[in-house]
Write a protein that binds this ligand. Structure first.
Ligand code: DGL
Length: 270
């Protein structure tokens, strides 16, 4: 039987990664879990996010026998990736390293920026990784509380989000970064607003596309790619929250592949 790629996020944001994976490898089967009952992860204590990530990973491995886990959430990757890699024997791909590598490769100066949730920024994971990958790089990191909520409301280009972006992105404009990593799965939906505030010369890097390339590369390296001639893969969408809300907003964000949504309530297995 064909084994799927299992992906999870706190909610809808990881759909940017799912979109990129489906576009790049349409023949692969994808199972996506959005933990909307416990969303958002960004402001939560790190221990809670680690516990949720472990629980989802275990549940997906037991129930779906995936060939790979993709942690399609910056906050969960920042605090739980190492732990998940210890826990399971299949490859686990996160969104931090692919995004950061892409950021470093497009920058022509030594000044780059990363924006993310409070949890991601406070974890220091981007800062640690950047020091390892490019010790001389001048990295400015900023948390953008409020961005996720605007996306969830479907409000991606209003005056209000623009005003908030001007305030939150000011340190990055001041630091004169020439490339900015959208280090939260929701932020690609705000790319226009962020681009307007940062200016045309600043390259915006989305970790979604880069993560899809990393998934493709790691699957190929492990001999786990499904042949491109296999035809269209299947998609399965699961949400721990309200499935009709997930279906409606999810379809708007991802596209028509998001048709039926299966519910999963955390009960005694939580
Ligand atoms: N998916 C989260 C991330 O990429 C953003 C949403 C949340 O805070 O749960 O960091």
């Amino acid at each position: 039987m064909q084994r799927p790629i299992a992906m999870f996020d706190s909610g809808f944001g990881g759909l940017t990664v799912a979109r990129a994976v489906i576009d790049l490898m349409p023949e692969e089967d994808v199972v996506y879990f959005g933990d909307t009952a416990r969303y958002p992860y960004g402001p939560r204590p790190h221990a809670d996010v680690v516990e949720y990530a472990e629980q989802i990973t275990r549940w997906m491995v037991d129930g779906h026998d995936p060939k790979m886990i993709v942690v399609a959430c910056n906050t969960a990757t920042a605090v739980a990736l190492d732990r998940l890699r210890e826990m399971v024997s299949i490859p686990v791909v996160g969104v931090l390293e692919p995004g950061l590598r892409a950021l470093l490769s497009v920058s022509t100066s030594d000044r780059v920026g990363v924006i993310g949730t409070v949890g991601t920024v406070a974890s220091g994971a981007y800062q640690t990784l950047a020091r390892a990958l490019a010790p001389t790089m001048d990295l400015t990191v900023a948390a953008c509380p409020g961005f996720v909520e605007f996306v969830e409301r479907g409000e991606t280009a209003s005056d209000q989000v623009h005003v908030l972006a001007e305030r939150l992105l000011a340190p990055l404009v001041e630091a004169k970064v020439d490339a900015l990593l959208l280090g939260c799965t929701h932020y690609p939906f705000l790319a226009r607003t962020i681009g307007d505030v940062m200016g045309r010369d600043v390259v915006l890097v989305s970790s979604a596309d880069e993560t899809a390339f990393a998934v493709q590369r790691d699957l190929a390296a492990a001999g786990l790619r499904r042949p491109e001639s296999s035809g269209q893969g299947t998609t399965t969408w699961i949400s721990s929250g309200d499935t009709s809300v997930f279906a409606e907003l999810g379809r708007r964000l991802l596209g028509p592949e998001l048709d039926t949504v299966v519910g999963h309530q955390w009960g005694h297995d939580a």
